[in-house]
Design a protein around this ligand. Structure first.
Ligand code: PHE
Length: 420
């Protein structure tokens, strides 16, 4: 995906971000992790553009796009534990809607529902979208645990579902109406195992992961498999509980096994805390994570402890390509902060859906729409060139980013050996 990166681009992006923020220190994150929340947001009007300046800073439940357009549903967590996932995704989709319209794409009415980052809320949210709003397709979720709740419902109702960013392989295994436009975790686990070995000549690794998160459990397992397959040895596998904030016991055990790297496939809220507590007990080795680390909250919580931390992701915002820089610029102008990978993946997902809708005579024919999504080939996305394979997953490369004083910096791209 990434040809070459000019360090100058990163500098320019940083300067642009500083200018955009009025050179002020970054605002404190909210519970949801967004750094740019304004509750005085002007809600989007009927055509999906914010009505009047300043631009809305939070995404909210509601109907966007053409009010007489073809109904498409979106289910995301806009409030709750990891709300920045949903916030970023919906903001990017609102931007994409305007662009789809401007380029003569299908007329879409996007109906956005908040599942409050709660898997138990997903059935009710989807039933409403499917039964009341009569959507032709659904975009969602980010978190694999919630997509795993939603997929069987969409499959049973024969409503195509596209997850922009759920990487657990089981999501699309729920049936032939379930797609994703991102890579999957066997590959992501391989990427970080390969990176640990290539970059740090790691021979040993410890793993620390939250046991209640399907994504984390899967990614821990896939990393382990790939690392061992390449001749590495896992010294410790530590699972932690929901809402745990003190990782002393787990980290003490990790320290006693003296691994070359520590792999922590958690979401962003825990990553900073874990890095901090690891460094406090002299665990100075590289700490590695996955896409769940993509939020400025990691640095806001972990500070300098997050130096020497690396994570795999769907795109690098310092990628100098025009498609990435154009997206970053437009998103930043509209929302006041640079987009994370969730924004990039959701932007691609809805554009792929619109593309499929536009390729068939009747976009309300769900079976035809399913077939059209499955035929997606070489779609030029912000997160790479996307082809949907026979398992309804996207085939594309992952990037590895380094946190340098909190700035995500592109390190490398690790192609899958067999392109998954
Ligand atoms: N891949 C994560 C999951 O499946 C969700 C995620 C995507 C998190 C992108 C951050 C960025 O649960």
């Amino acid at each position: 995906m990434i040809a070459r990166l000019l360090p100058a681009v990163a500098v320019i992006a940083l300067i642009a971000a500083l200018i955009a923020s009025g050179c002020a220190p970054p605002p404190k994150p909210t519970a949801g992790g967004s750094t740019t929340v304004s509750t005085s947001s002007a809600p989007a009007d009927g055509d999906g553009t914010p009505s009047g300046a300043p631009a809305a800073k939070t995404a909210e439940e509601g109907t966007y796009g053409d009010k007489d357009g073809i109904p498409v549903g979106a289910y995301f967590g806009l409030t709750g534990a990891d709300a920045s996932f949903g916030q970023e995704s919906v903001k990017a989709m609102m931007m994409a809607l305007d662009e789809i319209k401007a380029s003569g794409g299908p007329s879409i009415k996007l109906i956005v529902h908040d599942d409050r980052c709660n898997a138990a809320d997903v059935p009710a949210v989807l039933n409403k979208l499917i039964k009341e709003d009569k959507v032709v397709a659904v975009v969602g979720e980010v978190a694999s645990t919630r997509s795993l709740q939603g997929a069987p419902i969409c499959q049973a109702e024969k409503v195509p579902m596209i997850s922009p960013s759920s990487t657990n392989p089981a999501v699309t295994e729920k049936g032939d109406y379930i797609f994703r436009t991102c890579f999957i975790d066997p590959y992501q686990g391989y990427v970080m195992a390969r990176f640990a070995i290539d970059r740090f000549t790691a021979k040993t690794a410890a793993i620390l992961y939250p046991q209640a998160n399907d994504y984390s459990v899967g990614l821990a397992k896939f990393f382990k498999e790939a690392f061992e397959k390449a001749g590495g040895q896992i010294t410790a596998e530590e699972a932690y509980g929901k809402d745990q904030k003190d990782f002393s016991a787990e980290l003490d055990h990790v320290a006693s096994t003296n691994p070359d790297v520590l792999f922590v496939p958690c979401y962003y809220q825990d990553a900073g805390t874990i890095a901090k507590q690891a460094r406090e007990r002299d665990l100075s080795m590289p700490i590695l994570g996955g896409d769940g680390w993509d939020s400025d909250t990691v640095y806001e919580v972990g500070g300098d402890a997050t130096n020497n931390c690396f994570f795999s992701n769907h795109y690098a915002k310092d990628d100098k390509s025009e498609v990435v820089q154009g997206f970053v610029k437009r998103f930043t102008e509209r929302w006041g902060a640079a987009p994370t990978a969730m924004a990039a993946t959701a932007y691609d997902a809805i554009r792929i859906l619109a593309d499929a809708m536009g390729s068939i005579p009747d976009a309300t024919d769900r079976a035809a729409l399913r077939d059209a999504i499955g035929k997606t080939k070489d779609f030029k996305g912000v997160t790479g060139t996307i082809t949907i394979n026979a398992q309804r997953n996207a085939v594309k490369d992952a990037v590895v980013l380094e946190l340098k004083e909190g700035v995500q910096t592109y390190v490398t791209t690790i192609p899958a050996p067999d392109k998954q």
